[in-house]
Write a protein that binds this ligand. Sequence first.
Ligand SMILES: *Cc1c(COP(=O)(O)O)cnc(C)c1O
Length: 366
Amino acid sequence: MTVSFMDLHASQAPIADELRAAFDRVLDRGNFILGEELAAFEQEFAGYCDSAHCIGVGNGLDALHLILAGMGIGAGDEVIVPAHTFIATWLAVSQTGAQPVPVEPDETSFNIDPARVAEAITPRTRAIIAVHLYGQPADMDSLRAIADRHGLYLIEDAAQAHGARYKGERVGSLGDAAAFSFYPAKNLGALGDGGAVTTQDAKLAQNIRRLRNYGSDQKYVHLVKGCNSRLDELQAALLRIKLRNLDTLNAQRRTLAQQYCRALADLPGIQLPQLNAASEAVWHLFVIRCTQRQELARLLAEQGIATQIHYPQPPHLQAAYGEQSWPALPLTEQLSGEILSLPMWPGLDPQPVIDALRQCTASLTR
Ligand SMILES: *Cc1c(COP(=O)(O)O)cnc(C)c1O
């Protein structure tokens, strides 16, 4: 029995004919950039997120970068980021010329710790980026209170959390702006790269719409030095179909997470993810902790169970950020040595994973 870490087949096979029809529609129409599919998707995704505006862009990293650029953040500014995140959150800040300021996570949620955010604020701080890591919303009320007290923007990195809710409200409607990625493996994935920004702020939406298209609202009239980062018609057409299934697929992930939590609760040597009662997580990843992580991953692999690590090395220890010395981030470093992501995808049968974990944890503690 082998269980792959990720399998898109079960979620895509039932809609394959619809996806092909969308491809034909775009092919026949012959308009591939900034056309009616993108306009329709932007409206539908804004509606899904309970947000006023959506701007489709090239990928999740660009979505983050364009939000910061659209807010006028750049050289000389500081932006607070989680120390424990995918490196894209940091890269977006660096691309603007601003300085990422890492803050350690809360140990139970893996998300940025609001108490430590307050300590990291300086006169140069302009914004806080909250990542809804692994699909679990960050503590937005505490972060909003801090942001308001210091006059900072609050940005959501929602690349792992399409459809999640915090106190009943959709991710993507909580911050001053939110960045989404439609990388194929995300909860809402395109058949290639894609991304989007959502915001309630009409002026910011206009800035980002301009920046993604060469700084132009009108052909050959360039108001600012923009870039080229547009969600193309084909991906938008495919995403419109996939968006209709998102709630169903997220519900399947929630059921899997409950099955894991129930079946693994009594196992020795591992720590399960803890749920924040205020939020409805969408389980992009199901991440456990184990002090003998390497050994556990090896034993599971022997039983045919694929696992991954998100992420094995935090951004501040990467060569890309080696030119600078960073403050001690002991919790982040400890987590990166103990976390292990179990298979989590709609259509997965969790039983073989559960059975293998039962056996493997028993031989760990022996
Ligand atoms: C995937 C991801 C991104 C970047 O998205 P891309 O579309 O791959 O550029 C940013 N932040 C987080 C937390 C992610 O998981």
